[in-house]
Design a protein around this ligand. Structure first.
Ligand SMILES: Nc1ncnc2c1ncn2[C@@H]1O[C@H](COP(=O)(O)OP(=O)(O)OP(=O)(O)O)[C@@H](O)[C@H]1O
Ligand SMILES: [Mg+2]
Length: 512
């Protein structure tokens, strides 16, 4: 079929960007992009971190104004003054960075700014009913009155999705909607997306889970360095095509590092229990034991809610143990604070970068050096030279795309912020490094780079514990794969296990 015939088949675009440019000071985030959104179709936007994907979506949803170029809605040029303006014309967006108010309930977050009013007052009961119906549609068992701050990141992401579904948009933009979801939850979301497209809703989808995105997409568009470099129908492309168009070459994530021997046990988790904050009397982690040797990379695989985050947070000192103890090189560190544990050589790359990983009001440089600030104190003075060297090394090592150490952290693309979180922890020269879903939002090139850095650290004797819900990541980096379910270890595998077996052990359908 000719390109033109395909076009005719898809019908007219509802919303288009025409030669859109966006400049932030000297940074050219978009350099003249044409982009079309069609009814009843999922269009996926692929591209490396900092390619301009979120910027383009922000412009199409009224968050940002283009520096130059036009937005066309139903054939007419438009200008969205705000997100409210765009929403009133049927366009809504799920942001990459969650935008929920943590101390408000699920219900109040969903209806924030557009409360259901009846007889002059807010109809809270009706709001709660609709919120519960949305959560049921997303197959998530969450009470609408729960404060969002008490939910796990993945659950918060589902609330964010529910909020956008509640608007009944013609165009729904999803910027990394699944970065914290388990495979089962992604399946539910995809069912919802298919239902929306069957009702002629137009979807734009952005994700660094490339395989997953390919599963749902009808039409793929690739951005590179602010320009569109490729577009194609789903039937014309495959995974290598996307990687090639994104990064200009073909590669995979590699295999676990070999050719050296592990050292002594560096981290010993002894019968550790952690109370579940949301259910009194229940344990999020239940008498779990795990030893990790120096130089060893252990992946903890599991669904959301398996207890991985609770385990890692407790080991890092962020929450109390309700039983058991944690040893670092044989020394009991259970009573130490987070800072003391970092000092002792144990650190965590947290799951929620917004809350725990970064200080949004600081520069890239300060965020990077924050965790290891103690090592720059010479007498009473901070050694600027040492700090600068370290920051510049970290920016280079984790390939952060930024104007430099003085840029504010908020000006970085989502994936580049995540790289700063990882870089920050690596600067502390840890003996044990814990990472909780660290590849969230980073592109395949950066992921390979992070794996290379972790492998290098492991070879130098660092013990690595890497929590993930992506089987392919386990197989690319782990010497040992530990499957967690309901707060316990339910299975353990070597590096050559078939991936179906890992998924089956966690209770997932292997078809996912
Ligand atoms: N408010 C801002 N101020 C300065 N620069 C910005 C701002 N917002 C974005 N940029 C820059 O624009 C470029 C594109 O960023 P954008 O967030 O669109 O990338 P992205 O493709 O969404 O990446 P990711 O996959 O990491 O989310 C980046 O270089 C980023 O640093
Ligand atoms: Mg982005």
């Amino acid at each position: 079929m000719s390109a033109q015939a395909k076009h005719a088949e898809r019908g007219a675009a509802i919303l288009s960007a025409r030669d859109v440019r966006k400049h932030y000071g000297g940074v050219k985030a978009l350099k003249g992009v044409d982009f079309d959104i069609y009814p009843g179709t999922v269009t996926t936007l692929f591209g490396e971190n900092g390619a301009g994907k979120s910027t383009l979506m922000k412009i199409l949803s009224g968050v940002e104004q283009p520096t130059e170029g036009q937005i066309v809605l139903d054939g007419e040029p438009v200008r969205f003054a705000s997100t409210v303006d765009a929403r009133e014309r049927g366009i809504s967006i799920i942001h990459q960075e969650l935008s929920l108010a943590p101390n408000l309930s699920v219900r109040d977050n969903i209806f924030m700014g557009r409360e259901l009013v009846r007889n002059g007052s807010v109809d809270y009961a009706e709001e709660a009913r609709q919120a519960a119906a949305l959560m049921a549609e997303l197959e998530e068992d969450i009470d609408p009155l729960t404060p969002v701050g008490e939910l796990r990141v993945g659950q918060q992401q589902i609330v964010e999705i529910a909020r956008s579904l509640s608007v009944n948009s013609r165009i729904l933009i999803m910027d990394e909607p699944t970065s914290a979801l388990s495979a089962t939850e992604v399946e539910v979301l995809f069912k919802v997306i298919r239902d929306l497209t069957s009702r002629s809703v137009a979807l734009v989808y952005i994700s660094h889970h490339l395989e997953e995105a390919l599963e749902i997409t009808d039409y793929a568009v690739v951005l590179r360095d602010g320009s569109m470099t490729a577009k194609a129908e789903r039937s014309e492309i495959d995974l290598p095509w996307i990687v090639r168009k994104m990064v200009g070459e073909n590669f995979d994530l590699g295999t676990p590092p070999t050719g050296y021997e592990f050292g002594d046990v560096a981290l010993s988790i002894e019968s550790v229990s952690v109370a579940d904050v949301s259910v009194a009397g229940r344990s999020a982690v239940d008498k779990l034991s795990l030893d990790v040797q120096a130089g060893e990379i252990v992946c903890i695989y599991g669904l959301m809610g398996a207890g991985r985050t609770e385990l890692l947070e407790a080991v890092a000192g962020g929450s109390p143990l309700s039983g058991g103890r944690v040893l670092l090189n044989g020394r009991n560190i259970s009573g130490l604070s987070i800072a003391q544990r970092i000092e002792a050589g144990l650190c965590l790359v947290p799951e929620d970068r917004q809350r725990d990983g970064l200080v949004q009001t600081m520069t890239v440089g300060r965020n990077l050096s924050l965790a290891s600030i103690g090592s720059f104190v010479r007498g009473m003075l901070l050694s600027r030279r040492a700090e600068n060297d370290l920051v510049n090394d970290a920016i280079r090592d984790v390939t952060v795309k930024t104007d430099g150490p003085h840029a504010m952290i908020g000006s970085l693309s989502g994936g580049n912020q995540q790289k700063v979180v990882i870089g920050k922890m690596l600067t502390t020269q840890p003996k044990v490094i814990l990472l909780d879903e660290p590849s969230r939002g980073i592109d395949i090139g950066a992921k390979a780079e992070v794996f290379r850095l972790l492998a290098e650290r492991a070879k130098q004797g660092t013990a690595v514990v890497y929590s993930t819900s992506e089987v392919n990541e386990c197989l690319s980096i782990a010497h040992r794969i530990v499957v967690m379910g309901r707060g316990r270890i339910v299975a353990e595998f070597g590096p050559d296990v078939p991936k179906e077996q890992i998924m089956a052990a966690s209770g997932e359908s292997a078809a996912a």
